[in-house]
Structure formats: structure tokens, C-alpha cells
Design a protein around this ligand. Structure first.
Ligand SMILES: [Zn+2]
Ligand SMILES: [Zn+2]
Length: 383
């Protein structure tokens, strides 16, 4: 039996154009109304053209050698109709021609229902990209506009991202952008899968004349500026999305989002930022812990150097003193959180009290000084 290519008198690798012109010439020649007419040949030419002019059916025919692509499924069968619809999987008997074979139908169906759509040439949206951006502690407090410049690739507008001002159908895939492959899934059973054509990266066409604007690269890079509004109430680690600001790429229809993660920098070592509040490690002397103190928060992000004082009695090491409104701006714009002074007490001088000082302390604190009333064995200082 002669192949469909033989019927049209073209080679297996004939282009769509070649097939079309061979078909036109032969239909005229064999048309039954003509003196040279031959109805039988005319029908065969029609049939060959019908198959070979359809990239999907042509691939199927190239592999199976059959116009129908293998035995057809009975109507109502879950697999019937799918092959005809050009889905990525169709089934036929394998090289050994064994119609009754056992294989995992569930596995096969999973594969099918996972891939019912024809393979996409491009994924719709590219991945998002997270960039860390350092924001000064004071800028979190006061707010700031920051301009971020970077190189962004965009589809060339001259060639609309095709890289070509003139193109032709890809030969290996006959312009379909997909190629059909066979995979053995069981004895005598072969699954037919379609995948993107390597030769044209699934585009279905190849460059005849490269675009001069992008030199055929399809993408052009340009400097892009993002305006970042850091407003009071934003948080360390907060993410600001810039939709579709990733570079265009050849793999995706649309670029992903640029996600900027704000990262607090230049925060004083003694500061800790928790929610709306600030925890400020405040070191005071032993005397101040007993007698009270006044201190200036010189590193406070407001820049106003707030003065705070404590006269409320002796403090223990690790105590916290609260000052409302001296924390970070709240997210809702209603004032600020609190500042907590975390008290660290430096040890008192390690020199023994003079008997005079001890007497003074005794008069304030009460009790009896050991030196005045020693009855036990003497201890020595261990450092
Ligand atoms: Zn191709
Ligand atoms: Zn271009």
C-alpha cells in the first residue's frame, strides 16, 4: 500500500506549503470532471491531504502508519473521543499485536487525567522572586520613599517577542509545535505522548529573518525603577508585592511578581522590636537602682531624644519599666506602642564598707551589720 506521501508525490519531510501545492495540482489532474479524471485517485488525494495538512493527524500518521491512529474505541468508552480530540495520550496495540494485556489501568488513567489538556507551549505565569531590601530602623519609624533600580527584560515590541520579522513553519514538527513520542506502558501496549518540539521550542515556527531591534533575542533589557513607599507602621520582614515586575522570559507567558521583603537594618544593639513595642536594654548603676535615675533615649528612632526617669523605689536586675507611646508606630496609624526599659544593674564596687558607711546603711535599712556582731568562724572573700 502506498503511503499518503506517495499519493501526493512528496517526501516525508515535506512542508505544509509543499503538501498544499501538490494537493492542488493532483486534485485538478484527477478531478472526475476532467478528461484526465480518475475518481479513485481523486479520493485518495483528498484523503491524503486531509491527514497531512493537519499537524496533529500527520504526527499520528507518521508514528502509527494509520490514518485513524490505531483501533478506535467503542463509543461511550472512557477513552473514546479523546484520541480524536488530539489529547496527549492515545492508545493502540503495540508491536506484538496483543490485544489482551494486563496493566495498571489506574496508573494509566491518572496519567491521562493529569494531562488531558494538550501540552502548553508556555507556562502561564513565571515564578515570583523575593528580594531582601534593607530599610533603616529610623525609616521604619518615620517612613521613607525609596527608589530601586534594576535591569528588567521585556518582550521586544518590534517583533512582539518572536525574535523574527519573518518566519516559516518548523519542519520537524510541521508547524504544530509538538512532537509525538511513544512510550511502552505494558506488554504490547504503547502510550503516545506529545511534548514540546525541541527544534522550535514549541513555537511551531522558525526564524527566517531575525528582528534587528533585539538581534533575534526576543527580549530587551531596560532599566526599571520601583518606587517603594515605606510608611510608618510597616514591619520588619513585611513583604511588598510588585505585580508582574519580574523580567519577561521565554518560558512563561507572563512574568511573576517581584516581592520585596523589608529587612530592618541599623537598629541599635540595645533595641529589640516586638510588634508595636520597643524593648530597650538600659544599664544603670547599683546606686541608681536603689535611688532612682534619669536617662536620655539618645538612640530612639524618633530622633527626639526622649528623657525618661524613675523615682519609684529600688529596682531589681531584669525589671522592666514601661513608657506608653515611646514604641514604634502602630499599623493602624493610631499613635505608637510602648517602650519597655529592661533594667540591667552594674554590680556595686567590691570594696568592703567602711564601718562608718555600714553604720549609715544600717540606719536606713535596719538590721544588724555582721561586723558589729560576729560570733561565727570568719569567712574569706572568694573571687
Ligand atoms: Zn518545531
Ligand atoms: Zn525583536
Amino acid at each position: 500500500m502506498s503511503s499518503l506521501y506517495d499519493v501526493l508525490g512528496v517526501s516525508n519531510s515535506a512542508s505544509t506549503d509543499e503538501i498544499r501545492s501538490a494537493y492542488k495540482a493532483l486534485s485538478l489532474k484527477h478531478h472526475p470532471d476532467r478528461p484526465t479524471g480518475d475518481e479513485e485517485k481523486f479520493k485518495k488525494v483528498q484523503e491524503a491531504h486531509e491527514v497531512l495538512s493537519d499537524p496533529g493527524r500527520r504526527s499520528q500518521y507518521d508514528i502509527t502508519g494509520s490514518i485513524n491512529g490505531g483501533p478506535s474505541m467503542p463509543p461511550g468508552h472512557p477513552l473514546s473521543g479523546m484520541a480524536a480530540g488530539g489529547i496527549p495520550f492515545s492508545f493502540m496495540s503495540g508491536p506484538f499485536g496483543m490485544p489482551e494485556v494486563h496493566f495498571d489501568m489506574g496508573d494509566m488513567l491518572n496519567g491521562m487525567f493529569g494531562g488531558r489538556q494538550p501540552p502548553r507551549r508556555k507556562a502561564p505565569v513565571g515564578p515570583n522572586k523575593v528580594h531582601e531590601i534593607g530599610i533603616r530602623f529610623v525609616d521604619f519609624y518615620k517612613g521613607r520613599e525609596i527608589k530601586l533600580k534594576f535591569n528588567q527584560a521585556r518582550k521586544c515590541r518590534v517583533c512582539d517577542g518572536s525574535g523574527a520579522t519573518e518566519s516559516e513553519a518548523c519542519e520537524p514538527c510541521h508547524g504544530s509545535g509538538t512532537r509525538t513520542m511513544l512510550r511502552q506502558i505494558g506488554p504490547g501496549m504503547v502510550a503516545q505522548t506529545q511534548s514540546s518540539c525541541d527544534a522550535c521550542s514549541g513555537e511551531g515556527k522558525r526564524t527566517k529573518r531575525a528582528c534587528s531591534a533585539c538581534q533575534g533575542k526576543k527580549l530587551l533589557e531596560a532599566e526599571k525603577q520601583l518606587d517603594i513607599q515605606v510608611t510608618p507602621g510597616m514591619r520588619d520582614g513585611q513583604i511588598l508585592p510588585f505585580v508582574g515586575e519580574c523580567s519577561d522570559s521565554l518560558e512563561f507567558e507572563k512574568p511573576g511578581d517581584v516581592l520585596l521583603r523589608l529587612q530592618c537594618v541599623e537598629m541599635p544593639d540595645t533595641y529589640e522590636w516586638k510588634g508595636d513595642d520597643l524593648w530597650i536594654t538600659t544599664t544603670i548603676s547599683y546606686a541608681e537602682s536603689v535611688l532612682g535615675f534619669t536617662t536620655t533615649l539618645s538612640a530612639h528612632p524618633s530622633g527626639t531624644h526622649p528623657v525618661v526617669s524613675w523615682q519609684g523605689g529600688p529596682l531589681l536586675h531584669g525589671a522592666a519599666l514601661k513608657r506608653e507611646g515611646a514604641g514604634m508606630p502602630r499599623g493602624d496609624g493610631k499613635g505608637c506602642g510602648a517602650a519597655y526599659l529592661k533594667i540591667v544593674i552594674t554590680p556595686p564596687p567590691l570594696t568592703p564598707w567602711s564601718s562608718e558607711d555600714a553604720a549609715k546603711l544600717q540606719s536606713v535599712l535596719g538590721g544588724a551589720a555582721a561586723s558589729m556582731n560576729s560570733t561565727g568562724d570568719a569567712l574569706t572573700f572568694h573571687s
